[in-house]
Design a protein around this ligand. Sequence first.
Ligand code: SF4
Length: 262
Amino acid sequence: MIISKELNQLKELLATGEKLTAMLAPSFPIDFSYPEIVGKLKRLGFSHVVEVARGAVDTNKQVVDYLKNNPEKRVITSPCFSCTGYIKSKRPDLIPYLSTADSPMKATAKIVEEKFPGTKAVFIGPCLTKRLEAGSYSQPEILVITFQELGELFKLWKIKESTEDLTARFDLLEEKTRLYPISGGLCQSAGVHEILAEDQFQMVSGLANLEKALDEFAKNKNIRLLDILFCDGGCINGPGIVSSANVEERRHKIIKFWSTHL
Ligand code: SF4
C-alpha cells in the first residue's frame, strides 16, 4: 500500500496526542459496523466521532432556502467536488448555476469547530477528491483520509473489535440524511418534492448520465435543480471504499443502517 501524505500526517497527529474529531461520511456502513467503528476510532485516539450526515442537514437547508428565496433561479448542487471540477473544466457555460452551499464535509467541520473547539477535523470517507475540496479553502481546516486508509491504520495500530465498543455512540448524529451517499440522496432528504414539481428537479449519478443531464439542464429552463454525483450510484461507489459488495448490496447496507438506527 502507498502511504499518502495525509495518512502520514494523521499518524503524526495521533502519535503526538493532538485532539482530533473524526467526521465519518455516511457511506461508512459499507465498510464498518456501528457502533464498533466509533469505539475503534476512540481507541485509536480520536476524542470525538461525528456523522457527516449532520452537516448534510445544513447543506440541504442552504439549497432549499436558495430555491425558495430565488424563485427565478436554477441551481446545480455541488457537494461532489468531482462534479464541480468537471463543470468548471468541460461546461463553463454552467458555472453560474453551481450552488454555493457548503458541502456536507465543510458544513460538518464548521459544526465541529463550534462544538469541539481546539480539535482538528479529520474527514473519513469514500472519496479522494475531497482532498482537493479541503485544499480549496483555508477554513475550516480538514484532513481527509479514505475508509481504505483507516482500515490500514487499524491494522498498523493493532486496533481490533472489542466488546467495549458495543456501548460507543456518535458524539453528533443525524438520522434523516443517512441516505445521502445514494444517488438522489440530497433531493430525497431535503424534501425537494415539497417545493418543486416532479419535472423541475433531476437526480443523476455516473459520468455518462451526468453529461446527458447537463445537456438537458442547459436546454430545459423548467429544471430548477440538478442533483449530481460523479460515481455511478453515488458515493456508495467511491474509490476509497474497500468492500467488494456490488452497488445494490452497498445501497442495501446504507438503507439498513438508516432504518435500523432511527
Ligand atoms: S460521488 Fe464519488 S467523487 Fe463525488 S463526492 Fe461521492 S465519492 Fe466523491
